[in-house]
Design a protein around this ligand. Structure first.
Ligand SMILES: C[S@@+](CC[C@H](N)C(=O)[O-])C[C@H]1O[C@@H](n2cnc3c(N)ncnc32)[C@H](O)[C@@H]1O
Length: 252
């Protein structure tokens, strides 16, 4: 059982992890962190998993029922509904397995290995909290697209705090390049101000309280993979999202 630690220790631990840019070291860190991960990110008020699931639920009219979903870089399973999961850390997978919610879990290091699924397997693929320096590289996004069914959804998140802005820029270039190539269309990009508590003052983007270390921001992207080639005039028109796609963050 993980021992409860205070917010300053959590900030120190998570802040130190943000400085790890080597993938093998980062995955080693996650292995050690796995038993404490859920309680630590709860202390940081990390909301990305529930926000990304919200985002998919809003677009669920575009999904078949039941839908087959892949959670890439699933971690301990905070995103799990009834899904398959993939992660590069055996320790994180052990925690996800203990949750008992995934139908299937696989060890896979994105950026070094292909996802262990044939092309066009999933109705939706999501990856939360793993696109940043030293974790999942931007180039792995095409692998997520490969395992998504034609017309299926891909939901991605990244942080938009100062130290992740260069990565975010490179990610957006990749996302846009795929859109220009006709591989998918963007349904939404939702900026979220209160993503999680900052681990260092210089990462804070919004704070009203001088004594509050404040929150960092993040963003959720939702894409629809292009449909399989169809006879002209028979392509279904894009489904509108259930509500305003500009922002799902109750605080903005
Ligand atoms: C911040 S955690 C996010 C976990 C979960 N998605 C969530 O939001 O709670 C990042 C996860 O990505 C995994 N990860 C990082 N880089 C990876 C890679 N290249 N391939 C596979 N998994 C990776 C880590 O092991 C870790 O479980």
């Amino acid at each position: 059982m993980a021992q409860k630690v205070g917010l300053p220790e959590v900030r120190e631990r998570v802040g130190a992890s943000h400085g790890i840019t080597d993938l093998a070291r980062k995955l080693h860190f996650y292995n050690g962190w796995a038993p404490d991960y859920d309680q630590d990110v709860a202390a940081l008020q990390y909301r990305a998993p529930s926000l990304a699931v919200d985002c998919l639920i809003r677009a669920s009219s575009a999904l078949p029922q039941p839908a087959l979903i892949l959670d890439v870089a699933c971690g301990t399973g905070l995103v799990a509904v009834e899904v398959h999961g993939v992660d590069g850390s055996p320790g994180m997978l052990e925690q996800a397995r203990a949750r008992g919610l995934y139908q299937n879990l696989s060890l896979c290091t994105l950026g070094q290995e292909p996802l262990p699924s044939p092309e066009g397997t999933y109705d939706a693929v999501l990856m939360v909290g793993a696109l940043s320096e030293g974790q999942v590289p931007c180039s792995a996004v095409t692998e997520l697209l490969r395992v998504t069914k034609p017309g299926g959804l891909v939901c991605l998140t990244t942080r938009t705090n100062p130290s992740n802005l260069l990565f975010k820029e490179a990610l957006e270039t990749t996302l846009q390049g795929l859109e220009e190539a006709g591989a998918w269309e963007r349904l939404a990009a939702w900026p979220v101000d209160r993503w999680e508590l900052a681990t260092a003052e210089q990462e804070v983007v919004t704070s009203n309280d001088a004594n509050d270390i404040g929150f960092i921001s993040g963003i959720i992207y939702l894409y629809r993979k292009q449909e399989a080639a169809q006879a002209p005039g028979t392509r279904p028109s894009p489904q509108p999202l259930a509500s305003d796609p500009t922002c799902i963050d109750p605080s903005c």
